[in-house]
Design a protein around this ligand. Sequence first.
Ligand code: PHE
Length: 345
Amino acid sequence: MIERIEELLAAGRAAIEQARDTAALEEVRIEYLGRKAELPNILRGVAELPPEQRGPTGRAANEARKALETEIDARSSKLAAAELEQRLIDDKIDVTLPGDPQPSIGRLHLLTQTRREIEDVFLGLGFQVKEGPELETVYYNFDALNHDPTHPARLETDTFYIGEDLVLRTHTSPMQVRAMLAQPPPIHIIVPGRVYRPDSDATHTPQFHQIEGLAIDEDITLADLKGTLLAAVKAIFGDEREIRLRPHFFPFTEPSVEVDVSCFNCTQGLLEDGSRCNLCKGTTWIEILGAGMVDPNVLGHVDYDTERYQGFAFGMGIERIAMLKHGVPDLRLLYDNDIRFLEQF
Ligand code: PHE
C-alpha cells in the first residue's frame, strides 16, 4: 500500500510539472485529489485496514495528499501569473487611459470652397454648371474664339502644346463655343475648371482654375452683364461692394471690359496707420475679372442668328478670388499642402 502511495505521489508530481495552463492543472487536481481519485480513497479506507497498517498508511497517504496540494497551489499561482501577463500583452488597450482626441476629418481645400461658393451664387442667378475638356483643340481654344493667327497667346511660350492641334486649354472660354454647339439659345451657364499656362512665380502657377460665364438670349445688353456681375460680387465680397467696368480687349468679346471691385481693405486707398493700401495699391479698385459681349464672329462659328441673339461672357480666376477674399499673399501657398495653412479656412 505504501508503495502504491509513493507511485501516486510520483505520478501526481510529474503530471503537475507537465500541466501547461491552469485548466490542465485543474484536471490533474481532479485526477489525483478529486472525490473519485485513488489517493483520497486510500485515506478513506484506512480505518478498514489491519490495525498495524493504519498508522503508517494513513500518515503516508496524508503526507502525499498534502504534498500534492501544496505543489498544485504553487504551480497554479505561477501559471495564473503567466496567463495574466499574456492577456496584458494581447489586450494592449488600456481602458483606464483617457480617450485620444478625435482625429480631424479634414476639410475642403480653400479653392474647392471658393469654387463652390461662386457656383452657388450663379446657380441662384439661374445659371447651370457645365464642365469641359482640359485637353483642347487649337480650334476651340483659339480659332473659334476669334484669335488672329498671329495672336501672341498662341506662342509656345504662352501655351502648352500637346502636338500640333492639341493644347492644354489656356482658359475656360472654349466651352463658350462647345456649349453653343451643343444647344440652342437661351444659354445661361458657368464653367469651372483647370486651365494651364507656362508661368510660374508668386502670382502664377502653370495650372490654375477659372470660372467662365456665358449668357445668350434675345435682348441681352451690357447692362445685364453689369447687373449680373454686381450681384455676384456683392454675394462674394459683401453687400457694400461696387464694381467698375474699364474698356479692355479680348478677341472673342466686343466690347470687352475688365471689371474691378471696390477695395474692401482700406478707406480711400489708405490703411488705418495712414500707409498706402497694399491690396488696391491706393487706387481703391481691385481687378477681378475679364468680360464682354460675345463677339458676333464667335456666334458666326456656331451659326447662331446674330440679329436675334446676343450675349455676354466673363472669366474669373478662382485663385485670385480666394486670395483677395482671404488675404493670401502668395499663390503657391494654395498648392504647398501645408496643413497649417489649409486649416485656417
Ligand atoms: N478667357 C479670358 C482670360 O482667360 C477671360 C474672359 C472670359 C474674357 C470671357 C472675356 C470673356 O483671360
